[in-house]
Design a protein around this ligand. Structure first.
Ligand code: CA
Length: 224
């Protein structure tokens, strides 16, 4: 597993590099945001450890640019400040996890391991499937040029499908991720909402995105 560390404080950079190497990872380090972006785009890293305050390009801009270019490398952000706003900005920029300085190395290592275990999901605020786009921060959904107006529940069902593209999801999975404890598996509420979404998302479109997998559940896919 290969990790890129973008950190401009030499003490922290060296300590993180040494610790990760001792744990058996291949590690590249850069001190500069623009160079970090170039590295991250040039090589398929398994994890990115990213400081926020960096020379030439800050970590948030680096990450936004990386995500805009479709790069989904799991990213752990390091920050000196621990406020709710900082966390929200970092996560909205596409970070997968967050660690506040000063930190103990075993915690960084545990978080890196957790990121490596994650299945590949769509990360970031804009989810895409074929010509369907969902911006989860502005809550705007569009198919091609057509804006789609969704209720909060419809939005939640579609977001869950879009975060697991090409996977077959059972009614129970969808129900448990979108409804609270009041969800009853025996009700047909998931099918009802899939019906609403089909009408809004797939009607009048060139190809369907929401597919029924008979006897199992549903799958969102731009392919047949
Ligand atoms: Ca820094």
């Amino acid at each position: 597993m290969r990790i890129l560390v973008v950190e401009d404080e030499p003490g922290i950079a060296n300590f993180v590099r040494q610790g990760l190497q001792e744990a058996g990872y291949a590690v590249d380090v850069t001190w500069d945001g623009q160079e970090g972006l170039a590295y991250a785009l040039a090589t398929e890293y398994d994890v990115l450890v990213l400081d926020i305050m960096l020379p030439r390009m800050n970590g948030l801009d680096l990450l936004r640019e990386l995500r805009e270019q479709g790069n989904k490398t799991p990213t752990l952000m390091l920050t000196a400040r621990d406020t709710v706003e900082d966390r929200v900005i970092g996560l909205d920029a596409g970070a997968d996890d967050y660690l506040v300085k000063p930190f103990a190395f075993p915690e960084l290592l545990a978080r890196v391991r957790a990121l490596l275990r994650r299945p590949p999901l769509q990360t970031g605020t804009v989810l895409v499937a074929g010509d369907l786009e969902m911006d989860t921060s502005t809550r705007q959904v569009q198919r091609g040029e057509r804006l789609i107006d969704l209720s909060p529940r419809e939005f939640a069902v579609l977001e869950y499908l879009m975060r697991h593209p090409n996977q077959v999801l059972t009614r129970t999975q969808i129900g448990e991720h979108v409804w609270d404890l009041c969800f009853y598996n025996e009700s047909n509420v998931v099918d009802v909402y899939i019906g609403y979404l089909r009408r809004k998302v797939d009607t009048d479109s060139d190809y369907p995105l929401i597919h029924t997998v008979r006897g199992v559940g549903y799958r969102l896919s731009a392919e047949e």
